[in-house]
Design a binder for this molecule. Structure first.
Ligand code: PRP
Length: 215
């Protein structure tokens, strides 16, 4: 049988995840010297490095058994025929903490007036649900990165985005209008894998849970 595969979100969450594995006592030498390799051995496990939405896809389809991904990615992918339906969310790792927020030019009133409101976001599903709940009719434009640019360039009145320290907003003359929801890193598990390799996966989850508690 192949090793249990753990899909890890590259970038911000990666560093914290490797720290967590080190705290458990796993040998992370390969992960710390990965070069351009994307699949790395870690004790009896295999660690796969992928972009956040792909972590969900690999775990959802069972190509990886366990994944570490932000709640933002899970929320954005949720519903429909998404691979998010084929995973269990098992554990809140408590790091990668940030929040979804509605933001825009400081001092402007997003709700004022009768004109059409345009919102730019990397998370159109999250934004759509948020405005639906508020009963607000808003046009949503998808942007792939540095969403803060959209209101600065006059493309949108506001953005729905992740805010961590708030520096990006502040340094660009933008401010939070409303917090939407908190976000952090989560451990997800493939539903079928959880049945087929329950013992191994539960042991790994237990290790992660203990390491989270003491760190
Ligand atoms: C995220 C988010 C904000 C920034 C917020 O972008 O989209 O731009 O971080 O962080 P702050 O509140 O600490 O300033 P990220 O760096 O992930 O890259 P992206 O813009 O390409 O999405």
């Amino acid at each position: 049988m192949r090793p249990i595969r753990i899909a890890l979100t590259k970038g911000r969450l990666e560093t914290r995840s490797v720290k967590l594995f080190e705290a458990i006592g796993f040998n992370c030498a390969q992960l710390n010297n990965k070069g351009r390799r994307l699949i790395l051995p870690m004790d009896e496990y295999e660690v796969v490095l992928a972009k956040a939405p792909d972590v969900l896809t690999y775990v959802g389809h069972g190509a990886c058994d366990v994944g570490i991904v932000g709640k933002d990615t899970i929320l954005e992918a949720g519903g429909g025929a998404s691979p998010a339906r084929d995973v269990y969310e098992m554990l809140d790792l408590g790091f990668g903490k940030c929040r979804f927020a509605l933001a825009g030019p400081a001092g402007a009133d997003f709700t004022q007036g009768y004109h059409e409101r345009i919102v730019a976001t990397k998370y159109p599903n999250v934004a759509r649900r948020f405005f639906e709940q508020k009963g607000m009719d808003v046009k949503i434009i998808r942007i792939d990165g540095s969403v803060e640019l959209a209101p600065l360039l006059g493309l949108a009145h506001a953005i729905v985005d992740i805010v961590e320290t708030g520096s990006t907003l502040r340094e660009n003359g933008l401010a939070v209008y409303e917090d939407i929801m908190p976000i952090s890193a989560r451990v997800i598990v493939n539903r079928a894998g959880m049945k087929l390799r329950r013992e191994e996966i539960e042991r790994l989850l237990k290790d992660m849970e203990l390491a989270v508690q003491v760190n």
